[in-house]
Write a protein that binds this ligand. Sequence first.
Ligand code: ADP
Ligand code: MG
Ligand code: ZN
Length: 469
Amino acid sequence: MSKEKGTMIGLECHVQLNTDSKLFCGCKTTAEEPNSACCPICLGHPGTKPVLNAKALDYAMKVALALDCEINQEFFFSRKTYFYPDMSKNFQITQYEIPVGEKGHIMLSNGKKVGITRVHLEEDPAALVHTEGMGSSNFCLVDYNRSGIPLVEIVTDPDMETPEEARDFLDQLTIILSYLKVFSPTTGTLKADCNVSVYGNNRVEVKNVSGKKGVEKALAFEVARQKHVLLEDKEIAMETRAFDEEKGTTRATRSKETEADYGYIFESDLTAFRLKKSEIDEMRNKLPELHGAKSKRFTEAFGLDEYTSKVLAGNFALGNLFEQVAKDTDANLAANFLTRELMAVVNRSELDIDSLELDSKEISSMLSLRSSGKITEKVAKDAIIVYLTKGVKPTKFIDGQGLAMDLNKGEIEKAVEKAMAENKAAVADLKRGKQKSLNFIVGQVMRLTRAKANPKEVQNIILKRIKGE
Ligand code: ADP
Ligand code: MG
Ligand code: ZN
């Protein structure tokens, strides 16, 4: 039964493209009220004809190109036939024989390549809403707002070996999608069918798992379950399973169908699409710099360590902010401050960095104050908290509260002289090498200057005087 192979994981990811209108009609993709954004086309009335949304095709091609796929110069759509209330015309328009792109790959953060089998475009079915406890019976309602929303399906080769690798795959994928601006992680959904097999045994497909965390959890459960079945000397059934998000478990739903069961036929209401090689090349050239290239550039141009560059480039908005801030202040300080302090506030307060609209000049001015020692680390941290959570600009916060240490050298010298004269015993102790006395005298100077002197500078002046005497 068990050939010695490891765990094999392949994902079929469905990503909602953030177009304004649906894939084959002009209905909006965002609507609150159920069944308020639908028309005869996305309701599947007989006799209606789909018209392809050019923007959705453009997005799908961008995704395929960014995943290093070969683009098919000619492709078409097919009808995937099935009966279910979420698809009133009894077929889904998708791509089967020739997708937009094939044979690409993604690089995981551990340097491993995961093959992309194919990238294709398809329509989302309607949403089924199960209502419980309405009177004595349960109902199932259908919301057609989702029907016809464009999805790209990204199918991977079974190259991942652990649930963590699958999670990392989805992280890398969503970073690329956000760079391409075709997917919004806050409003769009990502779902995946998770295929798993262990040691060369039968493959199981866990259908329709939502979100990255869900995928990682479903896979972890499923790998453990399959290994357990084998330990008991039983066979792993080739089947489709469902993931129970609350319990974190999977359960069998039906024996697995094959693609042949769907009886694909050519979608004759849409013509075949033909692209010139020059058009594809032009699109490839127009792709934005992606996170891998950006992170490399950060390391080379600013001398940042690889980890920090990756964190910065791993978030499109953060990477851009860093580049703006680094124009006007110390790049290393900016990189560390943004990845640690700023991101800590973003995460703690659950803010969306994409919609924050931060003024890079404000942040660079504040960091310049920090690097010249005019404000303490604590003030810088407070300033960014107040900026992100209350919208008070850092320079205003610092000026308003008089937090900058803006005394000139002469004033500091005077304060040091006074403090030393008033604390002769401490000075004598310091001369004998008692380090604590230095802190004490610095403290006195800070008190005299109302904390407007830079403690490091004060310390240097005191030590110079001690040596000079
Ligand atoms: P289907 O048509 O039944 O969905 P495919 O051959 O198209 O099957 O593969 C679907 C997914 O299953 C792909 O992501 C692929 O990588 C994955 N897969 C194929 N074979 C295995 C395997 N032995 N173990 C785990 N995943 C697999
Ligand atoms: Mg499948
Ligand atoms: Zn419609």
